[in-house]
Design a protein around this ligand. Structure first.
Ligand code: NAD
Length: 468
């Protein structure tokens, strides 16, 4: 079994303790994650701080070139990264799986490399000149989840360093290895200390949130952890971007054509086995189409191949970990007990790995956790409605506000419904289709701040106004 190392100040660092990283398809051990201590974290922050002193003054075009070179190196190691990601995360190589994720990491890196934040002249006249400058913050602490670890690491690291910051990243202990490898590759293109990785348990994340040497934490993960980070960051008044959980609703309007939307609905919900922040997690369907949408979705689900991600024929893999598997099982069982009709799935087979079948549950409503809470797995509740106003009210009856979607043939009508959904992103006739030029973030308890595009880049800066 390979024991991996931390990467601090450009050097690989071994630790005393290691923790097994488990392949969720087989239960086998993929590798040993180094267990960092508070001292390792201090060393990483010190290295990042030292590197910041020069990186912040590197010409902007050189930082852009370095980010572009990182995009190229990720691309040239795409297959290696994809396999490692599949081994620890479970997602298949194919479909919307590891190769797709690494391709996304390259695309986001390249797009972000080309962004810049030139000085804005707010006023220039007899009354004087006023300029708005964007300054890097310093050391950015990045804390990432286990669902899209490589892509999310790039969403954090690339805009941070592009804007002149340096980074210490702490990946999820469930999927740390692909991030370690990513940071090794980054270090081939960056001065020592600009990108550092420390791995370990949740306590390293807590220490980062309170660390006086870290100026900003960018976090992607659950709302519960987001709250703790905000509390821990209060003592040092850190800047925060919090990309948290979601319970996205999709509303199918009476004029939708089920056969045309079924594929989009399915993958909107089941991308990465539903383990996606902005996946469709509650589907509201008008009574006039309800049975047709249920039967089309069931037929589509039947031909999806769930299996070990390393098999080239799999399009969905296992749930990533036992805890999430248990949440999905519990929510589905509870929905069934409350009268939910399981159209497909609902009963995991025995055997190695955390495989949970694609599951559709009809005739459910609010009042069960499969609808009210974030299932974050391959089980979709389908709720019947008669009045669109009622569907909008129910879509908004949640503390979450990440994404939402509306499905229908009259785009004007769909648009007016979409704009009434309380969410950071809304889609029409698709769900969850994010892109690097469009800001993405949550409202309500799905967090605050945005990622992507110029707005996302600005989050890694502070404003300095210069009055001449
Ligand atoms: P999680 O909150 O359990 O863990 C995320 C990260 O936080 C991990 O690295 C973990 O070690 C760390 N952590 C745990 N406790 C901490 C603490 N007290 N202080 C600091 N760090 C701590 O989330 P998860 O289970 O890994 O990911 C799933 C969740 O992430 C879902 O709710 C999903 O919706 C959300 N998510 C959101 C987005 C988004 O962009 N909004 C994207 C992906 C995932």
């Amino acid at each position: 079994m390979q024991r991996w190392t931390l990467l601090i100040g450009g050097r690989k660092i071994e630790t005393e303790g290691y923790q097994d990283v488990i392949n969720p398809s087989t239960g086998g051990v993929v590798g040993g994650m180094p267990l960092a201590t508070a001292k390792h974290l201090d060393a990483a922050v010190a290295a990042a701080s030292k590197a910041f002193a020069t990186w912040k003054d590197v010409p902007d075009s050189d930082r852009a070139d370095a980010c572009r070179a990182i995009g190229d190196t990720i691309e040239s190691h795409a297959e290696e990264l994809s396999r490692l990601l599949t081994l620890e995360q479970g997602k298949p190589l194919n479909g919307l799986g590891s190769r797709f994720e690494i391709g996304g990491a390259v695309a986001w890196t390249r797009y972000t490399s080309g962004l810049s934040l030139p000085v804005e002249v707010l006023q220039d006249g007899a009354e004087g000149r006023v300029e708005l400058h964007r300054k890097p913050i310093g050391v950015v602490g990045s804390i990432t989840p286990w669902n899209w670890p490589v892509m999310i690491a790039c969403w954090h690291i690339i805009p941070a360093i592009r804007a002149g910051n340096t980074v210490v990243i702490k990946p999820s202990p469930l999927t740390p290895l692909s991030t370690i490898r990513l940071v090794e590759l980054l270090n081939e293109k960056l001065p020592p200390g600009v990108g550092n990785v420390v791995t370990g348990g949740n306590e390293i994340g807590s220490l980062m949130s309170a660390h006086p040497g870290i100026g900003k934490v960018t976090f992607t993960g659950s709302s519960a952890t987001g709250r703790k980070i905000m509390q821990n960051a209060a003592g040092t008044l850190k800047r925060l971007t919090l990309e948290l959980g979601g319970n996205d609703a999709g509303i199918v309007l009476p004029d939708a054509e089920p056969n045309k939307i079924v594929e989009g609905l399915f993958w909107g919900a089941f991308i990465n086995g539903g383990q996606t922040c902005a996946a469709l997690k509650r589907l509201y369907v008008h009574d006039s189409l309800y049975d047709k949408v249920c039967s089309e979705l069931t037929a589509y689900a039947k031909q999806v191949v769930v299996g070990d991600g390393l098999s080239e024929t799999s399009t969905l893999g296992p749930v990533q970990n036992r805890r999430q598997f248990d949440i999905v099982s519990t929510f589905v069982n509870e929905a069934r007990d409350k009268g939910g009709r399981v159209l497909i799935g609902g009963a995991p087979a025995d055997g190695p790995g955390y495989f949970y079948p694609v599951t559709l549950v009809a005739d459910v409503d609010h009042g069960c956790r499969l609808v009210d809470e974030e299932q974050f797995g391959p089980a979709l509740p389908i709720i019947r409605y008669n009045d669109v106003e009622d569907a909008i009210a129910k879509a908004n009856a949640t503390s979450m506000g990440l994404g939402g979607s509306v499905w229908g043939s009259d785009l004007g009508r769909a648009r007016s419904v979409a704009q009434r959904i309380e969410a950071g992103s809304v889609w029409i006739n698709k769900h969850g289709a994010i892109q690097p030029n469009a800001p993405f973030g949550g409202v309500k308890q799905s967090g605050f701040g945005v990622e992507f595009g110029v707005d996302g880049l600005k989050e890694f800066t502070t404003v300095q106004t210069v009055f001449v």
